[in-house]
Design a protein around this ligand. Structure first.
Ligand SMILES: Nc1nc2c(ncn2[C@@H]2O[C@H](COP(=O)(O)OP(=O)(O)OP(=O)(O)O)[C@@H](O)[C@H]2O)c(=O)[nH]1
Ligand SMILES: [Mg+2]
Length: 355
């Protein structure tokens, strides 16, 4: 998962390390040269007081560097980061990280690294890692809330509606979510709001049988809101905690989507509407998330097929672009392959040293 991105973040760390090592070598050479000068030309008529500002022999930067070197530190300056940051930007964009999100990450890393010697500095690698960690966590964790707690606190039955384009994994995610909830002690019923596609009912029924849940379905062509409503009635009558409502895959540009989701809202007032898309779709998934959120406010995203995604761009960008959190990652085709999205854990993994 996200291996390509992981490699690229590793390269940034190496780039900065290289720059700093070069700088250290220069500062060391300079300190040596200054020593030599001092011992060979003692008392060179100090007719003016030397200060950082007035020093024109190599500029204040060199003096500061030499001083910093004497204390075992090297100051990272803007120019040292220019090339590594440029490479990082290219790497993020290549990884399908959305432009504004990449810029935010760069600004944050730049701000945190420049002038870094004033604090107690560890190794350059640690510095870079901290800066990347903070920058990534900031953009990734936008809007995060505790999903399980929200389920626990909501009035029962809790209705969750899943929306998104064709074939991204909505129905599979519903079955996985049902498992996930079951493991945490919540019962659930599946409602087939995809009354549009032929075979949708059979498909969700098969998933439901596999995970041992009840499905509420109507005839093809029926009203999705009515199916989900029946799901809620069934849940109320049978003390079921959660109603998971499927919908037909459709384009965010379709007026139908708005009309349908609006009707579902009117009829069953769901606790959450989750947008489902596939991580492998990269920028397209980010675009769609934004458009779905504009068309029919979403509460969060389920990002499927993360197991097949090496870029990580969608996972990094979606929350920042929509202002709504990524809540789950689909990590395979099994019913257990749904992970609660944990920004800290994801960033830790992205920045972990190669084995
Ligand atoms: N590798 C992988 N495959 C997944 C994941 N989630 C779903 N899939 C696969 O994606 C395909 C489509 O999944 P569905 O659940 O049918 O997608 P959908 O959004 O309901 O599709 P429509 O109802 O046609 O709009 C299936 O073959 C799933 O097994 C995942 O996290 N990882
Ligand atoms: Mg489906």
């Amino acid at each position: 998962m996200f291996d390509g991105l992981k490699d690229k973040l590793g390269s940034f760390r190496e780039d900065v390390e290289e720059e700093v090592e070069e700088k250290e070598a220069e500062a060391a050479a300079e300190a040596e040269a200054a020593d030599d000068e001092e011992s060979s030309t003692p008392a060179a008529a100090p007719d003016h007081e030397s200060s950082d500002e007035e020093d024109d022999d190599g500029g204040p930067g060199r003096l500061r560097q030499a001083a910093a070197f004497a204390t075992g530190r090297v100051i990272i300056e803007e120019e040292d980061l220019e090339e590594p940051l440029w490479s990082l930007e290219m790497a993020l964009l290549e990884s399908d990280v959305e432009m504004s999100v990449a810029e935010e990450i760069l600004d944050s890393v730049r701000e945190q690294l420049i002038g870094e010697s004033r604090k107690q500095v560890d190794t350059t690698a640690e510095l870079v890692e901290d800066a990347l960690h903070d920058a990534l966590v900031d953009v990734i964790s936008v809007g995060q809330f505790d999903f399980e707690q929200r389920i626990a606190e909501a009035d029962k039955p809790v209705t969750i509606v899943f929306t998104g384009v064709n074939g991204v994994g909505k129905t599979t995610s519903i079955a996985k979510m049902s498992e996930w909830l079951g493991e945490r002690g919540y019962s659930s019923v599946l409602a087939n709001g995809d009354t549009y596609r032929a075979g949708a009912s059979e498909q969700i029924t098969e998933h439901a049988e596999n995970v041992g849940r009840k499905v509420i379905a109507h005839e093809q062509g029926g009203d999705p809101a009515a199916v989900i409503y029946d799901g809620v009635e069934y849940a109320e009558a049978n003390d079921v905690d959660v109603v998971l409502g499927d919908t037909a895959g459709r384009l965010h540009t379709s007026n139908d989507l708005m009309t349908q989701l609006e009707k579902i809202h009117r009829v069953v007032d769901p606790e959450m509407t989750l947008f489902v898309d596939e991580a492998v779709a990269g920028q397209d998934a980010v675009e769609r998330a934004k458009e779905f959120d504009d068309a029919a406010e979403i509460d969060g995203t389920v990002l499927t097929k993360a197991d097949a995604d090496s870029s990580g761009g969608a996972a990094i960008s979606i929350a920042h672009v929509t202002g709504k959190p990524v809540l789950f990652l689909g990590t395979g085709q099994g019913y257990g392959d749904l992970q609660e999205f944990d920004p800290e854990a994801l960033v830790a993994e992205l920045l972990a040293d190669e084995e």
